[in-house]
Design a protein around this ligand. Sequence first.
Ligand SMILES: Nc1ncnc2c1ncn2[C@@H]1O[C@H](COP(=O)(O)OP(=O)(O)O)[C@@H](O)[C@H]1O
Ligand SMILES: [Mg+2]
Length: 303
Amino acid sequence: MNKQNPLSKSGSLLERAAQIYDYVPSKTSGSVPNYGPEILPPEESAEQSVPVLAPREASYDGPRVIVDRDKLREAGFVLPDGPVTALSEEFRIIKRQLLFTAQQPHVRHGERILICSAHPNEGKTFCALNLALSIAAEKDNEVLLVDADFAKPSILSSLGLEGSKGLMDVLADPEISVEDCIIHTDIPGLAILPAGEQTNADTEYLASSRTREVLNRLTSNKPKRIVIFDSPPALSASLASVLATHAGQVMMVVKADKTTETALRDALGLLAGCDNIQLVLNGTKFSPTGRNFGSYYGFGSQS
Ligand SMILES: Nc1ncnc2c1ncn2[C@@H]1O[C@H](COP(=O)(O)OP(=O)(O)O)[C@@H](O)[C@H]1O
Ligand SMILES: [Mg+2]
């Protein structure tokens, strides 16, 4: 498929992104992103070609931790039972495309989505958690949000939860079972796998064959589960590029007016281990069609 490459044309990064992120009216569902001539709008294509899924299974009936809703609200996250906002709608649009790709038979491990960016503070955790909350609200899916930013884990604190063992502990110690580290929350469909203790050999552990086995366990007998990884920044360490080889999709967060084209190009090069990379433009009031969001998210493809 010849996807449009937002970096292959002349003009500024934002101008070129705008060509990809332009919104076009849809007959059935308000506004959806224009993915170019060869990519169907996700809502329509998902409805037409994806088999109807069985309802979410109630496979877990153990204890659940209570998420601090006030903390989420204060940090600007989209609450599961909150009002419909421009932000929640934008994440719905993003979610549709990711879920559509996750169900394509030719996409290996499409249910594993890595949320990355070139540098810190460009919105990875903001997007990963909002996306997880949005997908958790789906009746047909459940979400496991993995904090994979081992040097700067922030998923637990964002949810007001206590630290506990996590992915790196499991990779470092075969005696620890990954299932035992998963925290089930009182938000239906949302579970968390904490980062665990950082080590000096994070990259080596991640590149080991045990990682493959552990990640496979996360979705074995869980056909409805989407696994979202809150990644380290691509340009800060080699971890993100290793994680990308395990993911079926990468959502690359581009911070408007901050991420430079050079940084984006370098980061995309490092994430080339994954075939499906999508760009999200985070935090700008710029809208090519005049739509004016508090924070505008565009969504486009990268090849
Ligand atoms: N679109 C946005 N709207 C409001 N706040 C945002 C947005 N994107 C990021 N932030 C805030 O910016 C800060 C850095 O974002 P964060 O997701 O933690 O970055 P990263 O995980 O890439 O280091 C956080 O306080 C986050 O809540
Ligand atoms: Mg973060």
